[in-house]
Design a protein around this ligand. Sequence first.
Ligand code: TYM
Length: 339
Amino acid sequence: MRIVSGIQPTGNLHLGNYLGAIRNWVAMQDEWTAKGATCLYFLADLHAISMPHVPADLAANTREMVAALVACGIDPQRSVLFNQAQVPAHAELQWLLCGTARMGWLGRMTQWKDKAGKNREGASVALYSYPVLQAADVLLYQATHVPVGEDQKQHLELARDIAQKFNNDFASEDAPVFTLPAPIIPPEAARIMSLRDGAAKMSKSDPSDMSRINLTDDADTIMQKVKKARTDPEPLPGEAAGLEGRAEARNLVAIYAVMAGCDVATVLAEFGGQGFGRFKPALGDLLVDRLAPIAARFRDLRADRTALDAILAQGAARARTLARPTLDATYAALGLVTG
Ligand code: TYM
């Protein structure tokens, strides 16, 4: 079992990242490394250059994101924690896969359509080929499981298509070059929505900071954001079916359930029939209680740049070793002569 996943080091870690992905990274690390599996978690800094960016911010955000992941429970001894830029095999494999990926496949990616918008001619080549690099990220390590939020499912399906076509075209059936990775998506937190708009996912690119809870927000900020979250005037229903068509209410109840470690029915058994005037402060308290220890660890860790760089250097050395066999096999399968 090989568990691999990544996150872009652009700005803060928010509640969507945490509940949709990072919580699962930690849970899988805790469960599977004890049984001999390898977990690789990385900062997708090469992906971050597909959009306009400020180089100094990218470097600072990369280190901050390492601190945030460790604060959330990623243990750099048990998991391989690194940034793509220190493992050139990611960029190499992405080029080797470009002969297999099809233009039509990439053109259908919803993230490409969303981010390029109407200005496709002006979008970067990196934004278009972004999913090929993402495929390389997981195929390089023979990933079997990839813990992600719902929004990355399409990219993972593309990685499987690329792996399958490459194996068909360049490998024999009994000795495939690549393993087909399976996405692991938490059903209850697959898509955490914006606090300002129940139809948009919580995202770091939303211009309004009120739309998301950052893991670094202090108690007052969290409480204020929850109290100002958009809702409807109805009281909460007694059963989950009553949340249909109430996207904002459903989102807040789902966040409560995941943070409390219970199911939606249990939350509604407690709060059904009550208004948001009572539910929101309870949700705010729960968030403050659960996020405060993470924020405190983060503040301690982020100050020690030497320690953060050492974590990345050590993780990258391990990742380079793990990447080598697949990279060599890919060159060989393509008939490329290497030294
Ligand atoms: P990124 O950096 O946008 O997000 C990191 C992880 O957080 C999840 N996520 C969410 N889950 C639920 N609700 C939300 N509102 C929400 N917002 C974000 C994402 O699904 C993701 O799991 N392209 C990827 C990074 C990447 C990657 C990879 C992931 C690069 N290579 C290889 C997996 C495997 C991205 O931009 O995620």
